[in-house]
Write a protein that binds this ligand. Structure first.
Ligand SMILES: [Zn+2]
Length: 108
């Protein structure tokens, strides 16, 4: 699975990177930063101070990495929930006879 962020100012999208810390750091190294829940590309980071003033600095690499990993966990949690619902539906459709015969219980 891959992940990308979008600039809240200009709409530019980051390149797609693998989930996890290495991918997040790749985006940060490409110049991305964040403010609260919003991400900003290198170009808009360069003009941030002009647009927002000196007393509202961007929140930096640690925050940006944490927000990206948090979003990934959220996306994956929703994906797991969706797959669990599909799995339950598939099991229900098979019915109990086949299910009991296979005798693989919840591991199946
Ligand atoms: Zn931008």
């Amino acid at each position: 699975m891959t992940y990308q962020v979008m600039c809240s100012n200009c709409g530019h999208r980051s390149r797609k990177v693998p989930y996890g810390e290495d991918g997040a750091d790749e985006i940060i190294q490409a110049g991305w930063n964040s403010f609260g829940d919003a991400f900003y590309c290198k170009k808009c980071v360069a003009t941030w101070e002009k647009r927002n003033g000196k007393d509202r600095p961007l929140w930096g690499a640690n925050h940006t990495r944490t927000r990206m990993l948090g979003r990934q966990v959220g996306e994956l949690s929703r994906e797991v929930e969706r797959l669990n619902n599909r799995l339950k539906k598939c099991r229900d459709e098979m019915g109990h006879t086949t299910y009991d015969y296979m005798n693989w219980g919840n591991e199946w």
